[in-house]
Structures are given as C-alpha cells and as structure tokens.
Design a protein around this ligand. Structure first.
Ligand code: IPE
Ligand code: IPE
Ligand code: MG
Length: 234
C-alpha cells in the first residue's frame, strides 16, 4: 500500500490507446476495447486494495459518437457484457458501481441495465467505481446550468449551486487524473472538477497498463506539493 496520507481520494483515468494497442497487433480495434475492459477488471481490484475511495474512468465521451457506427455499436455491446458479467463480483468485493454522463442516445436496454446495476450495488461501501459513458465536461456544465435555470434560483448563483446540479454532486473532485497512450489533453473529461487536479501521463496503451504503472503514478502523486494558489506546505 502506498502512503495513505498522500493517496488520492478520487483517482480518475482516461482509458486511451485501445485502438493503437490493437493496431500494433494487427487486430481489429474492437479487440483493443475488449482487452481494455478486461484490464479494467484488474484495475478496480488494485485500486480498491490501495485504499482509494473513488475511482472514475472515462470510457466513452460525448464526442465518441463521431466514430464509425460499427465501433460505437461494438462498444455498447461490450458495456452490456461487462455490466452483466461483472456486477455480482463487484458487489461481493463491496464495490458500488455508478454511471456518469448524459442519458440520451444510449440504447434503452443498456440504460436499464445501468440503472439495475446501480441499484443492486447501492449499499456497497469500499469503493465507488464510476464509469463515465456518454460523458462530456461541457455537456455536464450545460446540463447543470439548465437545471439551475429551471429551478428559478433567487439571487446570484454560486459555485456550490452549480456543483449541486452536476451528475454526481457527492463525488469529490479528482485528485489525480491519469491518461494513458501519450496524448497530453483532457478531451472534455471532468472539466470543472479538474481545476486543481494533478495530472500523470504515460505512453503505455491502456490494455498494457498494470500494477507497476499504477504504483508509479501514485508515487509520483505522493511526491507533489498541492498549493491551491496558497504557499508551500511546511
Ligand atoms: C480509448 O481508446 C477508448 C475509447 C475512446 C472508447 P481509443 O479507441 O481512443 O484508442 P486510440 O486512441 O485510437 O488508440
Ligand atoms: C478520450 O479519448 C475519451 C475516452 C477515453 C473515452 P479519445 O481517443 O476519444 O480522445 P481524442 O479524440 O484523442 O482527444
Ligand atoms: Mg484515443
């Protein structure tokens, strides 16, 4: 276990590089996504063992609808398969599964399954595992603004008012955001919530990310000094 004083309460990962992982092996892109989901199963266990309380992963963005219909359909099937097969295991491990993102455009049966999985694991307390599917940071902010307007707030709106209208208002901001596969960008993940997040980038493609890599990222995080605009902690 890494030093718990310096452990992120909320670890977020942008799961990138499934396609490149597959291409390197002359496999179809969907095989990369399948390998990526399998890797996620191990990672949930490892993250829980580290003592992290919230683990969110970016699995499908609001922009990923721009991909070929075959790839999108394949991803939706993989999500269905993953939820159906893994929820019992997650529950046994005391993991609560939650979904974060816009509910429009997702297939009706997948939405039902998501709702079922959330209800089924609602009382689990060791780890909140948050799958961001059809998530976009801009969409989340716009949706929150529209909810606020509909509630007809009196007087000037505060940061807290907006936050209360986000998809998962009880989840703390991500302390550490990891992105695999070498891209140095956020791609519309946790836009508002990442204001003071620490970043860790690795060239490793997501399906090759492992325990050693996770430890490296957590150690790097533990060595950082988070100042939040103030002065260095003595
Ligand atoms: C991440 O892998 C998974 C999703 C965005 C759904 P990619 O599919 O983006 O993999 P690359 O970036 O093409 O290698
Ligand atoms: C970000 O990856 C979204 C997810 C991992 C779900 P992308 O592969 O979609 O991001 P870009 O297009 O390289 O910015
Ligand atoms: Mg990508």
């Amino acid at each position: 276990m890494t030093d718990t004083k310096k452990l992120p309460a909320h670890l977020a990962i942008i799961l990138d590089g499934n396609g490149r992982w597959a291409k390197r092996r002359n496999l179809p892109r969907l095989m990369g996504h399948r390998a990526g989901l399998r890797k996620l199963e191990d990672m949930v266990r490892l993250v829980k063992r580290e003592g992290i309380r919230y683990f969110s992963v970016y699995a499908f963005s609001t922009e990923n609808w721009n991909r070929p219909a075959m790839e999108v359909a394949g991803l939706m099937s993989l999500f269905r398969y993953y939820i159906r097969k893994k929820v019992d295991e997650l529950k046994k491990e005391n993991v609560r599964i939650r979904f974060c993102g816009r509910k429009d455009r997702l297939p009706e049966d997948l939405l039902e399954q998501m709702k079922w999985a959330e209800d089924y694991t609602a009382d689990q307390t060791a780890l909140d595992f948050i799958l961001c599917i059809n998530y976009g940071g801009r969409a989340e902010i716009i949706d929150a603004v529209n909810k606020l307007i509909a509630s007809k707030p009196e007087g000037p709106v505060t940061e807290e008012d907006l936050r209360k209208n986000f998809y998962l208002p009880d989840v703390p901001d991500p302390d550490l955001i990891i992105r695999t596969s070498g891209e140095l960008r956020l791609s519309n993940f946790w836009l508002w919530e990442s204001a003071y997040s620490e970043y860790y980038f690795t060239k490793i493609h997501w399906p090759d990310f492992d325990e050693a890599e996770l430890k490296k990222a957590l150690e790097d995080y533990a060595s950082r000094d988070r100042r939040y605009g103030g002065l260095k902690n003595k």
